[in-house]
Design a protein around this ligand. Sequence first.
Ligand code: BES
Ligand code: ZN
Ligand code: ZN
Length: 495
Amino acid sequence: MIKLSKTMPEKYSGDLVAFLVSQPKKGSPKCAQTQVQKVIKRAHASGDFVGKEGQVIFHYPETTGKNRLHAKRLLVLGVGNEKIDQESFRKAGGAISAQAIKTKAKKIMVVVPENLDLATSDVAAGLSEGLILGAYQFKKYKAKNNDEVGELKEALLFAEDQVSARRGIKFGAIGARAACIARDMANEPGNQWTPSHFADFAKQLAKKNGLVCKVLSKAQMKQQGMGGILGVNQGSDQPPKMVILEYKVNPKASTLLLVGKGLTFDSGGISLKPSAGMEDMKYDMCGGAAVLSAMQAVSEAKLKKVNVIAIVPATENLPGPSALKPGDVISQYGGKTVEVKNTDAEGRLILADALAYGIKKFKPDMVVDMATLTGAVIIGLGHHRTGLLSNDDDLCERLISAGEESGEPVWRLPLGPEYTKQLKSTIADLSNIGNRAAGTITAGAFLQEFVGDTPWAHLDIAGTAWNFTEKSYVPKGPSGVGVRILFELIKNWRK
Ligand code: BES
Ligand code: ZN
Ligand code: ZN
């Protein structure tokens, strides 16, 4: 969808051409294109436009005269003057997409501004991400002839430094497209996205991009003693799947293990959730979706600095006749026993099996898991930051900076023996819940019991996987959060 333009902006005859301007300390914002500069001057003189972030001029340009524009519509967008970074251009890209869709412009051009304190590749990457993420729609189940809203088909970027812009577009588009795939999976309803769909997606991706895919069946899980995922699956008719993708590119490099919660519908099980809002629990697979989509991005970009393994334990959590009952005791992969006091705290049970199995089998140097794990993280951090819990300061630093860079910020919460103690059970090694206090931390403390000394981080995306912070490039519904922070982490990998 995003391409580099060979046509000059004034000669572009598509549906819309967009220029970006920063806000000067005083006076009218500057634009090198004469016609556009005239429009900006008039808007500025009227007091309407100073180039502040998010300010727009929408205009139907003259069709005659020298220096005239050939595009049907002109958009001038302010990007502000403070802290102009990649996120500024993501937001700008999102705003441009929104305007294009609203006016039914299908083909557009965006002119990459020069003379900023930001590399052209970063500007182009930010714009590409914002344009793609902001143009996202999920129309699969709507009537085909529904033309209430437009659809952006093609965006050309015009840039002086083509080499740098091309690089930015490449990585920006790969990350954003992968995030859109994660949104697609999440938008699918529970009856259309089951554990088997996760398995099929991974197999296809493996075939396309040369990864290795293995899927453990229910019988193989039994052989391996994966009592967590099997227990959670007991109330469901859909077979569970343990989906494993291997991207092994460099025998000398380290190995990163990613684990994502693939709960395709969480009713709570016998500890049934209230019906109001239960439909949102089709999103309980967003961790799994993020991890597999990140594998798509990494393999498409052919990153070579680190080997990456992804595991998605996938099942439904339903209250069928064989479902786990509160108080049941299960045995996790590796042998630890757990008293399941609340069947709605199921994510940690399936993750525990996947983490312990992945660490034993692949001996990774680092592990990151991602899950819509606790409602409590929404109470603590709202919908603006993902919760981070970890046993390793270096990994935290990497994730915090990848979060800032990608516009998917995280915030670290503590772990410690005082929290782990809340998980004591009188009859088993562990209970799957603490008391009400520090719900996000005790969930993390539970997972910590299954990672040993391996550097590990847990990202609780329950607050950010949908209803994420209002931004131009984040639509209502699933955000695709997690994909781009992982892509960023892996792009910047160092030993
Ligand atoms: N999938 C939910 C967590 C969740 C809740 C995600 C709301 C997004 C929005 C998880 O399986 C769950 O139900 N957790 C319980 C844990 C509790 C029983 C200790 C929760 O958060 O209430
Ligand atoms: Zn639950
Ligand atoms: Zn859940």
